[in-house]
Write a protein that binds this ligand. Sequence first.
Ligand code: SF4
Length: 369
Amino acid sequence: MAVAVSSLELVAEKVEAGERLDLEDGLALMESDDVLTLGELADAARRLRGGSDDVYFVQNLYLNQTNVCRVKCKFCAFAVTQKQKDAYTYTGEELVEDALRQRELTGFTEIHMVGGESPHVDFEYYVDIIRSLKQAMPDVHLKCFTASEIHHMTTLSGLSHEQVLRELQDAGLGSLPGGGAEVFADRVRRLVAPGKEHPDFWFHTHRTAHALGIPTHCTILYGHVETYEERIDHLLRLRELQDETGGFLAFIPLAFHPENTVFERRGWTHTHGSDDLKMIAVSRLMLDNIPNVKAYWIMMGMPMAQVALHFGANDVQGTVVREEIFHAAGAKTETEQKISELVRYVRAAGRTPVQRDTLYNEVRRWSES
Ligand code: SF4
């Protein structure tokens, strides 16, 4: 489909007037090489919509309950089969033991837990690990399981998405992370994740979670086979659901890392810094109803995340104790960024560091000393 592209100046006028941007505007932004103007526009849009100098982060622990997965997404360097020697599936007891040990060291307020879609467990396994973690740490927010994993649980159990979410919520689930979205366009999904369910299930899961009062996050995995138009289409679909439910807490653009995937053998390389900054800026501009955009430092590195704070991002994710999925795909960042370093980086960017909980309640603020 040929799309008429409006100029960057016209988009700027719309942003200043507080008007909603459409597909043509999104393409004009994506196709522009004037990255600095994009950053300026995104930062202006963020402020016009009530954003301040506050930059958030959360103290969290990353857990992966299993790396066994049946899906075989082509971009994934994390999943293994049950027979591979490095396969693991932790019990609730083992996860609790590990989390309690880590908690003595870092005092995290959130557990972010996702994993593979193992055919070797049943739905009770998932309920049990949530219940065990909640009983051991009632004050820790459990942000667990992608929409794909929730869908997997419906196939394991024969329950509906709503029934699965209700049972997990009763056991202690607090929110859903945003993974499994990849790029919604059918063409892209067929190429990079042919074994994954149709994106309609991703939307159904998030819509259902929002109706049950479970807030969620949303993502895009960009920088592989998708076109600019498919990226904008992805953002517009998220914006539409947010109009309907208001249940997304934050958007996180995730750059594709080719290492240890089939794409590395095809000579693919990382996204460039300018593309990462452009993606952050365009996300902020298009998603006028999602309050927070994260510069995920584990993927882009802290120096680039710091720059992204001037391109529309207002969150640097967190202390991220032990991240495995992006590191399996070659991310070179430290797996734990201490609070003091995060504070230093945010301050050096001219912003105010604010530690938050998962629901964006303020935990601690570092005002000017
Ligand atoms: S991305 Fe997720 S669903 Fe796809 S292969 Fe990896 S662990 Fe499995």
